[in-house]
Design a protein. Structure first.
Lengths: 175, 96
């Protein structure tokens, strides 16, 4: 199963992760670095963020990564990365790899150095204490108005997305 | 651990590397990679033992798949499974 999963996107823990374990499915999480947010290359500004990367300017994510909560997750990641003396990206990937049900996180590198850096995450073994620090610092928030904002992946099940997949053909879902 | 610390993909029986190479960057203009960089990323991943490539027809409007097809042909990359293409190249006892 392919789903977004990272320290700042843990919604699949509600339903998909238990279902995958029950059904014997491996999970290949995409965006394990949250489109680069978890590399630490973006800096918090009073309004939004600055930095060199695809999240600045026009992009499919808009400014959704730059939330109070996500900046706090990044602070926690910085703390653990300093302990293990590794770049943030490697520690963020090591956390994803260490979660139950994960088969192979999907790397996204636009530069060769990023690939080398990402592959080095395989050398990291986070201690139970470090994993716990990251877990607690990135716990899923209890959402208010849940029906209006169901969270990933339900938020992408929209008529617009359906049209890009099926065109104008009407497809009756399984029931 | 390295990319050859293979594991099964759930109960499917497919044998894959512990990190998959996403290729949405291949052929993508603004935040993606120039083609020569995509090529070096692909070969570096495969030479490090990786066998698990993620691509899709929507990545760069099909350009990602075309580039990967070319790289596989160029190197005769034994044992690479382009996952969404749902076919598998030759297998060998050494490299699943």
């Amino acid at each position: 199963m392919q789903l977004a999963y990272s320290l700042v996107e843990r919604n699949i823990e509600r339903e998909h992760l238990p279902a995958a374990r029950e059904c014997g499915l491996g999970i290949c999480p995409w965006s394990p670095l949250a489109a680069g947010f978890l590399t630490g290359k973006y800096q918090r500004e009073s309004a939004g963020a600055s930095g060199e990367g695809r999240l600045i300017g026009s992009n499919p994510f808009g400014n959704i990564m730059f939330t109070e909560r996500n900046w706090r997750v990044l602070d926690t990641l910085r703390t653990v990365a300093a302990q293990v003396e590794r770049p943030l990206a490697q520690v963020a990937l090591a956390w994803v790899s260490a979660q139950p049900g994960m088969t192979s996180p999907i790397l996204g590198a636009s530069k060769l150095e990023q690939l080398h850096d990402n592959l080095s995450s395989l050398e990291i073994r986070l201690t139970p204490e470090q994993l716990q620090t990251l877990d607690e610092g990135s716990a899923i928030l209890q959402r208010r108005g849940y029906a209006n904002d169901p969270g990933f992946p339900y938020s992408i099940f929209t008529p617009e997305i359906n049209r890009t997949i099926f065109g104008d053909t009407i497809v009756q879902g399984w029931r | 651990m390295s990319l050859t610390a293979f594991r099964t993909l759930g109960r499917s029986g497919l044998i894959v590397s512990p990190l998959a190479l996403g290729t949405m960057t291949f052929g993508t203009q603004r935040w993606g990679s120039p083609d020569e960089v995509s090529e070096s990323i692909f070969h570096t991943y495969v030479e490090a033992g990786g066998n698990f490539i993620d691509t899709a027809d929507v990545y760069a409007k099909g350009r990602s798949e075309e580039l990967i097809g070319g790289y596989i042909t160029d190197r005769d990359a034994t044992g690479v499974f382009p996952r969404r293409a749902e076919y598998r190249a030759r297998t060998s006892p050494r490299r699943p």
